[in-house]
Design a protein around this ligand. Structure first.
Ligand SMILES: Cc1cc2nc3c(=O)[nH]c(=O)nc-3n(C[C@H](O)[C@H](O)[C@H](O)COP(=O)(O)O)c2cc1C
Length: 289
């Protein structure tokens, strides 16, 4: 191939990448964005995320699960403590039982794979028991192991999420599991000091029931340069409410004002009975007996 043909091809490839980048940014924010100087497939996967709640009846291949868990284990981990575990459920009967209080979320049944991600201090507790050291000396009021485990499990799960998406799979986190500690403990044989934090439905997205990319707050609402500055917050949130309303209309979703809805949800978080069990499980998430 002549040099000029190669140059033309690389110019076309660069233009296509720029177009893809602009489209991904515009879709995420629903406002025209400046073109990035560089882009790559990893960014396309990250910006293309959407929660998937409609799946094909096609199993998740074992190699895909293996790759996603390897990605999860490749996440950073505070002090490399790796304070998390995940239970993979494929048995339809067990999945149905795990709909726990979220029976309307048919995507838990529909997804061929349901992962329950837990903060896990039990492994280190067993180590402490084996070497009969330290276990009793730790301060149960120290919230640091809890915070560390929550961060670890979140980073790991999100790495798995991106890995699944990079393989063409879709997923949806399920937060309600937090409030069903005892039920999950029984169903999944979880030992003490293993606290389920969220579930994750995984499967191949059904192309006949597609989901759009949900807009996010403008970057200026979350990115502060040098010092925190919320001066423009009200205007930024008002504009976001409008973009969310537009998104809901296009996706035929129930119309709710994002700022009202999020406040209501935030203040009513954990009003269900399971709150006490969840709080107690979190409080016990230390090595103390
Ligand atoms: C910790 C966590 C818990 C969630 N719980 C649920 C849930 O129980 N049911 C559900 O349908 N979506 C759940 N979601 C998905 C969010 O609703 C979704 O991520 C959010 O609306 C943004 O939409 P997007 O993921 O499509 O961008 C959860 C997400 C997270 C991070």
């Amino acid at each position: 191939m002549s040099t000029s043909a190669v140059n033309i091809r690389s110019a076309i490839a660069a233009t296509n990448t720029q177009v893809e980048a602009r489209a991904a940014l515009d879709e995420r924010y629903r406002v025209p964005c400046t073109e990035p100087e560089q882009w790559n497939p990893t960014l396309s996967v990250l910006l293309g995320h959407r929660s998937v709640r409609a799946f094909l009846p096609r199993s998740v291949e074992p190699w895909a699960l293996q790759a996603a868990i390897a990605a999860a284990q490749s996440a950073s981990s505070s002090l490399n403590l790796q304070l998390w575990s995940v239970v993979a459920v494929e048995d339809p009967a067990r999945k149905a039982r795990l709909c726990l209080g979220v029976a309307d979320q048919r995507w838990i049944r529909e997804a061929p794979l349901y992962l329950i991600w837990s903060a896990d201090l039990s492994r280190h507790r067993r180590v402490a028991e084996r070497i009969s050291a330290h276990g009793d000396n730790l301060d149960p009021d120290n919230l640091d192991p809890l915070a560390t485990a929550l961060v670890d499990v979140s980073l790991a799960a999100q790495n798995a999420a991106v890995a699944f998406e990079s393989l063409g799979l879709g997923l949806c986190y399920i937060g309600a599991v937090r409030l069903y500690q005892q039920e999950l403990r029984d169903e999944l044989a979880l030992p003490s000091h293993v606290v389920p934090i969220f579930g994750m439905c995984v499967g191949y997205p059904d192309p006949d029931r597609p989901t759009g990319v949900k807009p996010r707050l403008p970057q200026d609402a979350v990115l502060h340069k040098e010092r925190y500055d919320a001066a423009a917050d009200a205007a930024l949130i008002e504009s976001y409410d409008a973009r969310m309303a537009d998104f809901q209309g296009k996706q035929r979703l129930k119309q709710v004002v994002w700022s009202d809805y999020s406040l209501r949800r935030l203040f009513n978080l954990h009003t269900r009975d399971g709150r006490e069990a969840y709080n107690a499980a979190l409080r016990n998430l230390s090595l103390a007996r």
